[in-house]
Design a protein around this ligand. Structure first.
Ligand code: UT7
Length: 321
């Protein structure tokens, strides 16, 4: 058996922060942010939490799939910004939506590759026959990890969640490639408060994300085309066979550069980064949900999803819609 996405949902915080709002707190401006990243605004959690966004996205995905919460047997949440160290966000979602028959765990640390890695994990559970209906969720509250005095990072990120119901079918398609390079992990990191001794904690040492933006940019534009080609080769498909390339939304220039390197019309690389910024593990399922609901995705299409980010980590998956 292979998994097929049979429903999607997403949830976005109501508070919108425009580029001009950020220009009041750090030395930046709307023109720089739009030109260098493609971002115009982002949504920031105010009353929402990672688990409330995840649960809301999950409910919408179940409704879209025409499935009840009781039918779900695994909830997998990809996140680097869980509300609590434990219990996991997936258990919080279970409680919220009443998925009483589900096993729940989070896939942390895969960051912006998180949704692709979680989707692949779901496929392996389906292939092994252990579970049939799996909720795969990417959910982030990155505004809690951002250093709001660092203009190099704070302009990039936003909050939100996206979910997909992946169900066992006999006619699905699944081919994937994933990679990690821990040697280069320093390019993007965020220390845990658990690492600090009590004295440092009392002094409020910073545990915000730090990033060498240029290094991450260069890594992404080199590795994403490679992993897409590697995955399509496994599937016996050509680049031209793909209807859409749904990439992690980190920077519009990264998406354009990947399209250019693959020599594929950029129209096949949808983006929504203008509205949401980089929502890490949530960016791919939010974009998929938008495309599903506005009718761009049609049964039988071939879609490539590709994630990349902290670890460093990167991966791609080819699916039939
Ligand atoms: O999800 C995966 C994780 N992250 C990423 O994918 C991020 C990948 N990297 C990027 O998207 C880009 O590298 C950034 C958007 C972060 C930065 O863009 P860049 O074109 O690589 O700019 P830069 O870091 O090379 O900086 C160029 C200049 C610098 O000034 P000088 O040294 O030329 O005088 C920066 O200090 O722009 C300056 N700068 C800014 N200016 C206005 C950096 N951030 C800002 C800012 N506003 N927010």
């Amino acid at each position: 058996m292979v998994g097929r996405i049979c429903g999607t949902g997403s949830s976005i915080p109501s508070k919108i922060v425009e580029n001009d709002d950020l220009a009041k707190i750090v030395d930046t401006n709307d023109e720089w942010i739009r030109e260098r990243t493609g971002i115009a605004r982002r949504h920031i959690a105010d009353t929402e939490t990672t688990s409330s966004l995840a649960a809301d996205a999950a409910k919408k995905a179940l409704e879209n799939a025409g499935m009840s919460a009781e039918e779900i047997d695994l909830i997998l949440v990809a996140t680097i910004s869980s509300d609590k160290v434990f219990p996991c966000t997936a258990c919080e979602v279970q409680k919220n939506i009443g998925a009483v028959n589900a096993t729940c765990f989070d896939l942390g640390g895969a960051a912006c590759s998180g949704f692709v890695f979680a989707y692949n994990t779901a496929q392996m559970y389906i292939a092994g026959g252990m579970y049939k209906n799996i909720l795969v969720i990417g959910a982030e509250n990155l505004s809690n990890l951002v250093d709001w005095t660092d203009r190099g990072t704070c302009i990039l990120f936003g909050d939100g969640a996206g979910a997909a119901v992946v169900s066992a079918v006999s006619d699905g398609m699944f081919f994937a490639s994933t990679h990690s390079d821990g040697e280069k992990g320093v390019a993007m990191e965020c220390e845990s408060r658990c690492q600090k001794n009590w004295k440092e904690k009392c002094q409020g040492n910073d545990t915000c994300m730090k990033m060498d933006g240029r290094a991450v940019f260069q890594f992404a534009v080199r590795k994403v085309p490679e992993v897409i080609k590697e995955t399509l080769e496994k599937a016996g498909l050509d680049l031209q066979d793909v209807d859409y390339f749904v990439l992690h939304q980190a920077n519009r220039r990264i998406v354009e550069s990947v399209a250019k390197r693959l020599k594929i019309d950029v129209e096949k690389f949808p983006t929504n980064i203008e509205q949401y910024g980089n929502t890490s593990a949530a960016s791919i399922p939010i974009l998929l949900d938008e495309m599903n609901r506005d009718g761009r995705l049609k049964k039988g299409q071939t879609i490539v999803m590709a994630g990349f980010g902290a670890g460093l980590s990167w991966g791609a998956t080819v699916i039939k819609w």
